[in-house]
Design a protein around this ligand. Sequence first.
Ligand SMILES: Nc1nc2c(ncn2[C@@H]2O[C@H](COP(=O)(O)OP(=O)(O)OP(=O)(O)O)[C@@H](O)[C@H]2O)c(=O)[nH]1
Ligand SMILES: [Mg+2]
Ligand SMILES: [Zn+2]
Length: 288
Amino acid sequence: MDGIIVKGIGSFYEILSGDKEYTCRAQKKLRRISAPVPGDHVRFEPGTGEEDGWLEEIYERKNQLIRPAVANVDMLVLVLAPVPQPDMMLIERLLLCAAKEKIQPAIVVNKNDLNSSLPQQIREEFSDSTLSVFSTSTVSGTGIDELYMALKGKLCCFAGQSAVGKSTLLNALCGLNLETGGLSRKTERGRHTTRRSELLIANGLKIMDTPGFSLFETISIDPQEVPELYPEYAGFADRCKFQPCMHDREPGCAVRAAVEHGGLNPVRYERYRSIVKEVRDAWKERYH
Ligand SMILES: Nc1nc2c(ncn2[C@@H]2O[C@H](COP(=O)(O)OP(=O)(O)OP(=O)(O)O)[C@@H](O)[C@H]2O)c(=O)[nH]1
Ligand SMILES: [Mg+2]
Ligand SMILES: [Zn+2]
């Protein structure tokens, strides 16, 4: 039978096929080649009992992310909030991964009941890109309908720091009752309530809830690829003096000129340069 992986628990996998869920084990061999992840389309042999089926094959993935570990995503929804304090470099790294895997990204600024100016600030930072920025509150309910319409029909994956409200949003959007958690009072950080990634299909939506994280290994890609993954800078690249140009410190860089003369957002550009530096450092270290 064919199905889609909903979640993995140890060496067991929950697979949705039609409207029935099956629990299967995956052979070591299969897990060694590539661990099955939520979103994987698979072939499996259902067992006779509850949990004695076997996962036989993972079909080719159209894309995949390492963190969160998911596959076949149509839209990566990056959730942030005024609390915990947004880690915008984490957002940039996730955007780079999405671009590399050709996954459409979006940003949700949640908890707008706590700070009504953050959504506008984020929109300005990303005004050079085509990225959609949504503003929501699960407390007041604002923006939930608009977000619902944008997610409908796509396999979406929610990602972001712990306690920004990913699971609470999913509950509001899908009418679910997932466990949610607060902030630790001492550290102002999330409590890591969601422990494993899971695909939820409800209320006409298909969304993966994922555990919040803060650490993020730098992406191992050739630094030369980075400018191409920022389509908002591509329109300027022809006019750069050096070809190809990393838009970093090169003299006569048209991107930097546009930042200096107000055409491109300087906050985003500084983060772009930090990303370039990170990727370059990681690339140099890759054989160590
Ligand atoms: N004020 C306010 N609080 C919210 C909002 N949405 C969620 N919260 C609260 O934020 C806390 C964290 O919510 P969760 O949904 O557990 O956050 P999460 O992103 O799933 O966190 P992890 O599972 O740890 O990654 C909870 O106490 C929620 O009640 C909102 O729009 N406004
Ligand atoms: Mg959660
Ligand atoms: Zn340049």
